[in-house]
Design a protein around this ligand. Structure first.
Ligand code: ZN
Ligand code: ZN
Length: 143
């Protein structure tokens, strides 16, 4: 059986088991946050100093602040197209809220503007037409 690497824990899993395996990672915790998020494998993440990279954001609608985990920061810095939902978890609302409703504590910039700038700086990482179609379908299915 061919092996596929899990996008959450990055272990190799039998191809036939990968869906069930990844579904376990997506189960919400009691606080409503997903237990784990897609990240890049540790060796593929952005390296180096995170000085100047914002770490905490405030949700405009509820005023609560949430910290961005370092493994997620290092993943999106490398691939700004990784988080296609364009939403982030809010500790106050206990659910995912759109990027545009949040701003960084450190810079005051809203997260949507921030991620758009990162994406514009790495056009070569932009998913191709087929990947974009899959993303679009995934969004439609979630509604
Ligand atoms: Zn896994
Ligand atoms: Zn909130």
């Amino acid at each position: 059986m061919p092996q596929i690497r899990c996008r959450f824990c990055h272990e190799s899993v039998d191809a036939g088991e990968i869906r069930a395996h990844e579904a376990e990672h997506l189960k919400p915790r009691p606080d409503g946050q997903q237990s784990e998020y897609v990240t890049l494998p540790p060796e593929e993440r952005a390296e180096g100093d995170l000085a100047g990279v914002p770490r905490a954001y405030v949700h405009r609608k509820c005023g609560a602040g949430t910290g961005m985990p370092e493994e997620i920061i290092r993943s999106y810095l490398k691939d700004p197209f990784l988080y296609t939902a364009e939403a982030t978890y809010c500790c106050g609302c206990r659910r995912h809220v759109p990027w545009r409703e949040c701003r960084w504590v450190e810079t005051g910039e809203d997260l949507e503007t921030y991620f758009r700038a990162l994406q514009a700086a790495k056009p070569e990482m932009r998913p191709g037409p087929l990947a974009r179609l899959v993303i679009l379908l995934a969004r439609l299915f979630r509604r």
